[in-house]
Design a protein around this ligand. Sequence first.
Ligand SMILES: Nc1ncnc2c1ncn2[C@@H]1O[C@H](COP(=O)(O)OP(=O)(O)OP(=O)(O)O)[C@@H](O)[C@H]1O
Ligand SMILES: Nc1nc2c(c(=O)[nH]1)N=C(CO)CN2
Length: 177
Amino acid sequence: MRTDWTQARRVVLSLGSNLGARMETLQGAIDSLFEARGLRLVELSPVYETAPVGGPEQDPYLNAVVVADTLLTLDTLLERTQGVEEAFHRLREVRWGPRTLDVDIIAYGDETRTDPELTVPHPRAHERVFVLQPWSDVQPDAEIAGRGPVRALLSDLDGQDGQDVRRRDDLVLRVPE
Ligand SMILES: Nc1ncnc2c1ncn2[C@@H]1O[C@H](COP(=O)(O)OP(=O)(O)OP(=O)(O)O)[C@@H](O)[C@H]1O
Ligand SMILES: Nc1nc2c(c(=O)[nH]1)N=C(CO)CN2
């Protein structure tokens, strides 16, 4: 049976990795996310090497943004992203060390929710260059609920200390089959 995508919601996911084989982890996470039904890829961003924001001293991240259409409910989408995170958390070099993979739901259509277990739009996305830069590369005019277009939010953060990002043109994510 053909899938009816007319009821789909547009979702934005931010992926980050700063431990282990970072690029393989990002690619594996994307492949896993799209393996099951209910998610259809719209845009895959370039990969950025980014300075860690917050937390203890740690290695730089690779970050990317995925834009997709989904027929999953918000709760089911969170289950799927957390399942993929768990699958990749098993790879640890240091006990209790930094995680190999972080998947944040940045936006789910126009929906707003403010539960601690799930807040959308993500409450810190608009101040994170590691989210806004890759997102702006693929959808500069996208809006985060009421805050204006991504490219404007990004230019508001221009030159902010500790938010260095560098595009890694040598690392290109493959579209999942
Ligand atoms: N939009 C969201 N996307 C993903 N997780 C969320 C979201 N909103 C709330 N959470 C909750 O946040 C909890 C902690 O997530 P995690 O430890 O990955 O935070 P973090 O990614 O390190 O920090 P940050 O929330 O600042 O990105 C998750 O268990 C999840 O239930
Ligand atoms: N550069 C960078 N810094 C972070 C990241 C991330 O993905 N990239 N994720 C965090 C928690 O979501 C906290 N800090």
